[in-house]
Design a protein around this ligand. Structure first.
Ligand code: NAD
Length: 423
């Protein structure tokens, strides 16, 4: 274990190149890996990733500090355009350190693919027919991906159900696939397409859809942390957080914002590792609504010592192979910084980051309010928007934060004032 590496005091005060040097040393990055981060994605690499490429859209990459996850110090690369997200994640992780940080678990990397058979004359009879041919179907699907099978993955089970729709009953066959270190969408879609003709034969129906489900309820990642009352501002803050969490459990208007806060952290790590942000977000929000009502993905309770027990459970379908994960040079360097060895471990880290992010936001919301910290970090953006030159951005944002008047109007005034002084 790399002891204490995520606790870097004064990290935020360093210039970007010194921060990178510090991370390179702690994560044992080679010179080549450092250059991947410095240079970023190149146009010829981008041109191999998507269609009709004309350029590269960049997003800031930062490191959240203070994370201890399952007893291991972890540096968290986060790609995000939003100010205060990385600071808040680091702050949430710091508040969890007092009681040992985050502990995690998961259900494993299992995805579902759906095959939709329509116009089946006897859907319940067809369902049984499919289940009777389960072994044959599993074998045929697994033949399509010997590499996945070699790593211990592949189709593990087949489920079938009759779903009533407004166009009548449909037979839905689901492949339950262990994707190991892949996110798995391409892998399971290929398997579903392979089986479709045989499903048509067995069901006497017509297959249209044959694709992954992003409601990855068999690929759940969980994290838990205890936040000590003394570390977070005392009993009133504890009560405030419990009140806020209780509202998010029952009110979808609040739950949407609560979960957005979780995804501020989760999505930033998903993006930084070259994974599919839309897949993870679709899964998270679908899972939040799985009981028929949209609800928060975290729970907060008070334990016998008056401390907060925070927990999160959400689907996190991410990979270390496949998609862009091994193509994007910065994603590859970020995986090295994280020190993860499996997609499952990455998913659990993402859940822990979601919990830290959510907790930090709740703590700020029920105490000083979210805007104080957020706006002072956003002040630089405001100064740039107002037209401040590079050498004035820091001075103007610091002035606005000190005055607690963070607005474009004030920035314009200060540009005029300081610009005049300079001339
Ligand atoms: P992929 O097909 O590029 O790679 C997966 C393959 O890697 C496996 O099939 C296996 O053959 C091989 N492999 C090698 N080592 C492995 C290991 N240790 N563990 C597991 N597999 C290993 O990618 P993928 O993960 O199947 O698909 C991910 C991509 O699919 C993403 O780019 C995603 O954006 C995209 N996608 C998503 C959706 C969706 O979410 N609805 C739909 C279509 C495509």
């Amino acid at each position: 274990m790399r002891l204490g590496i995520s606790r870097i005091s004064g990290f935020y005060k360093l210039p970007p190149n010194a921060r990178l040097e510090s991370i390179a040393e702690k994560a044992e990055l080679s010179r080549e890996e450092v250059s991947w981060i410095e240079q970023g994605l190149e146009i010829n690499q981008a041109n191999m990733m998507v269609e009709n490429v004309i350029g590269i859209f960049q997003v800031p990459l930062g490191i959240a500090t203070n994370f201890v996850i399952d007893g291991r110090e972890v540096l968290i690369p986060m790609a995000t355009e939003e100010p205060s997200v990385i600071a808040a994640a680091s702050n949430g992780a710091k508040m969890a350190r007092g009681a040992g940080g985050f502990s995690t678990s998961s259900t494993g990397p299992i995805m579902r693919a759906q095959i939709q058979a329509t116009g089946v004359p006897d859907p319940f009879g067809a369902r049984q027919e499919i289940l009777q041919h389960k072994d044959e179907l599993i074998e045929a699907a697994n033949e399509k991906d010997p590499m996945l099978v070699k790593f211990g993955g592949g189709v593990k089970d087949i489920e079938a159900s009759v779903i009533e729709s407004r166009l009548g009953p449909m037979l839905i066959v689901q492949l339950i696939v262990d994707c190991r270190d892949a996110m798995g969408a391409n892998a399971v879609n290929t398997m579903a397409e392979t089986l479709a003709p045989r499903i048509e034969e067995l069901s006497n129906g017509k297959v249209y859809l044959r694709i992954i489900s992003n409601l990855a309820d068999k690929r759940l990642a969980r994290a838990k942390a205890i936040f000590k009352a003394n570390d977070i501002g005392g009993a009133d803050v504890v009560n405030g957080i419990l009140q806020a969490a209780a509202l998010a459990e029952v009110d979808p208007y609040r739950a949407a914002t609560h979960n957005k806060g979780i995804m501020n952290g989760a999505t930033a790590v998903v993006l930084a590792t070259g994974n599919d942000t839309r897949a993870v977000e679709a899964g998270a929000h679908a899972y939040a609504a799985v009981g028929g009502k949209y609800r928060s993905l975290t729970r907060y309770e008070k334990n016998g010592n008056g401390n907060i027990v925070g927990t999160i459970e959400m689907p996190v379908a991410v990979g270390l192979v496949g998609g862009a994960t091994r193509v994007h040079p910065v994603a590859k360097a970020n995986v090295k910084i994280l020190g993860v060895k499996s997609a499952d471990e990455l998913s659990r880290i993402i859940a822990a980051v979601g919990l830290a992010q959510n907790f930090a936001a709740l703590r700020a919301l029920v105490s000083e309010g979210i805007q104080k910290g957020h706006m002072s970090l956003h002040a630089k953006n405001i100064a740039v928007q107002a037209g401040a030159s590079c050498d004035l951005v820091d001075i103007i944002s610091a002035r606005m934060a000190a005055e607690r008047r963070i607005s474009v109007d004030r920035a314009v005034e200060l540009i005029r004032e300081l610009g005049d002084k300079k001339n």
